[in-house]
Design a protein around this ligand. Structure first.
Ligand code: GAR
Length: 208
């Protein structure tokens, strides 16, 4: 069983999807701990309800990004995870931290990368008049939201949508594709080599 550590900042619906699949024996791994940078993140309650260890590491307790990330790394490594999963973790990580977990850290981003890196992705897709939007699971690299894409899901954008309705539609897809990518990793089918994502020893096509 692979050991999975999940980082969150908020609601934790993606965490819930992972917990549900793990409980059903379909994740190929065990969520060993959840760390949040927000004490009031609802995801912490989800973790506790599933009997998973939780920790809170508030950013304001640290003088700068380097000291926060050093403490975070220490906490994470205390659980000896095989995989670190960012599930709505809303902090930018330092290059040193990202390098430490290279090839074993995944993120889910609410857009069809490389479109709309950063924040407010649903509103930006609407403002641009896009008729489709979606989400991407990718390996984390030093480039923010720029690591190799593993899996994407598309959703339509309708004329009467707002950011909330689009976000709901995207979330449904996130909850489907994130556990799938985590399972591939746990089953040893997914890896990052030469800066590319590989599935079953085949390089995945670059996104875009
Ligand atoms: C998700 O939509 C995820 O894609 C996004 O935050 C949300 C977290 O929801 N992540 C980012 O924007 C990262 N840049 P959740 O807490 O319910 O899983």
């Amino acid at each position: 069983m692979k050991r999975i550590l999940v980082l969150i900042s908020g609601n934790g619906s993606n965490l819930q999807a992972l917990l549900d699949q793990a409980a059903a024996g379909r994740l190929g791994g065990e969520v060993v701990a959840v760390i949040s940078n927000k004490a009031d993140a609802y995801g912490l309650e989800r973790a506790r309800a599933a009997g998973v260890a939780t920790e809170v590491l508030p950013g304001r307790d640290f003088a700068d990004r380097d000291s926060f990330d050093a403490a975070l790394r220490q906490r994470i490594d205390g659980y000896t995870p095989d995989l670190v999963v960012l599930a709505g973790f809303m902090r930018i990580l330092t290059p040193a931290l990202v390098r430490h977990y290279e090839g074993r850290m995944l993120n889910i981003h609410p857009s069809l990368l490389p479109k709309y890196q950063g924040l407010n992705t649903h509103q930006r897709a609407i403002d641009a008049g896009d008729d489709e939007h979606g989400c991407s699971v990718h390996f984390v690299t030093e480039e923010l939201d720029g690591g190799p894409v593993i899996l994407q899901a598309r959703v339509p954008v309708f004329a009467d949508d707002d950011a909330t309705t689009v976000a709901e539609r995207v979330h449904v897809q996130e909850h489907a594709i994130y556990p799938l990518a985590v399972r591939w990793f746990c089953d040893g089918r997914l890896a990052m080599k030469g800066g590319q994502a590989w599935l079953d020893n085949q390089p995945l096509p670059p996104e875009g």
